[in-house]
Design a protein around this ligand. Sequence first.
Ligand code: ARG
Length: 463
Amino acid sequence: MTKTSSNAMWGGRFAAGPDAIMEAINASIGYDKRMAAQDIQGSRAHAAMLAAQGIITDTDAAAIREGLLTVLSEIEAGSFEFSTALEDIHMNVEARLKEIIGEPAGRLHTARSRNDQVATDFRLWVRDQIDAAISGLNALIRALLTQAEAGADWVMPGFTHLQTAQPVTWGHHMMAYVEMFGRDMSRFSDARARMNESPLGSAALAGTSFPIDRHMTAEALGFDRPTANSLDAVSDRDFALEFLAASSICAMHLSRFAEELVIWSSAQFRFVTLSDRFSTGSSIMPQKKNPDAAELIRAKVGRIFGSNVALMMVMKGLPLAYSKDMQEDKEQVFDAADNLMLALAAMEGMVKDMSANRPSLEAAAGSGFSTATDLADWLVRALNMPFRDAHHVTGALVALAESKGCDLPDLTLADMQGVHGAITDEVFGVLGVQNSVASRVSYGGTAPAQVRAQIARWQEKLA
Ligand code: ARG
C-alpha cells in the first residue's frame, strides 16, 4: 500500500498525504476539541437511531455507544492524544473509536457526514453557552436588585450629556440596568428557541437514502424538532451569529455600566467604593486603587463584537451548501463566549461587593441646579405660567444663583421675586432633591414607590 500517508478517513482516492502547510491551514483540532462532549453525544444518539431503524445491528450500536464513552473518559482525563493529521474532533474521535472497538466503528458514519455532524455539535455547544449566559445574567440581575432595594430612595444626580440633569434614585439607576440585562436575557432565549432544531441526518447536503429517523435523534439531543431543509441545515450559521449578536449587545450594556463604575469610583465622584477583591493597586503610586475589572469589562465588547463582525464576513457570499470557510466559525464563538461569561461573572462580583457612598450621592444630587425643572414645573402649576415662560424665568433664577455662587434652594424669596414678582415661599418645597424624586411618580419614573414596584415585579419574575 502506498497510501499510508494519506488520510485514513477519506484517503481512498488520494495517493499522497497533505503538505505540512496544508495540514496546518486545514486542521481545526487545536480548538474544536472543545466540542468533544457534544460530538460524542451526537454520535451516540446517531448510533442508537441507526440500530432502532435496523440500519446497523444492536450489537454494533452497543459497541459504538460504549466505546464512545471510553473515548469521552479519555478526553476528560486528559490522556487522549489529539492528532493534527486527523484534522478535527470528529475524525479524532472516530479514529480512536476504531482503535478501541474495531470494525463496528466504521459503521457509525452511515447516513451522516461531517457537515451535519459539525452543525449538530456546534448547535449543542452554542446552546449550552446560551444557557450559561442566561444564568449569568440572572445572577447579575439579582445582584442589581439587591443594590436597588437597599437604595430605593437614596438620591443621586441623574445625568444627560454627563451634565447634572435631575435628581434620581440609586435604586432607579440600578433598575435601568436590570431592564437592559433583562432584555439581553430575553434575546438569548429568543435565539435559543429559534436555533433548537437538529441538523443531524441532513448528511452532506441532500439528506440520505437510508431510512433514518431524524425525530428520534432530535429528541435524544434535546432539540425541539429536526431542521426542515438539509441544504440550510448544513450551511447556515445564523444561530452562531445570533448568539454573537446577543452577546455583543449584552457586552455593550456591560461596557456602559463598567464605564459608570470607573467614573463613580474616581476620587472626583466617590459615588461608589469597589471592593479590594475587584480592584488592583499601582506598582508606583501607593495611593492607587484601580477599577481594572470594570475597565476590562468595558473593553470586552471590542473583541466580542469583533467576533460577530468576523463571522458575518466569513459567511457573506458563501454559496450553498457547506464550504470549509465555515470552519472559521468556532474560534470566534469560543472566544466571545469565554469572554462574555467572564465579564458577566466579574460584573456580578463587583456589583455584589460594591458599596454606594450615600452622603456623596446625596451631596451631588443637590448640586448643579438639579431641581431647576421642578422649579419650572412649579411655576406652571402654581402660577399657571406657560411652560416656555417658566423655562425662561427659571433660567434667569439659575443665572442669578450662579452669579451668587449658590444653589437654587439658597436664593432668598426676595432674590426670586426680583426675577418674578408672583413667586411665593411655597416654591422652596419643590427645590429639595427628596421632594423632587418623590414627585416623579409617573409609571417608570424615579419616585421610590415606582422603583419599589419595579423591584417587586422583577423579583416575582425571577422567582
Ligand atoms: N472541521 C470541519 C468544520 O469545522 C468539519 C466539517 C468538514 N466537512 C467537510 N466537508 N470537509 O467545518
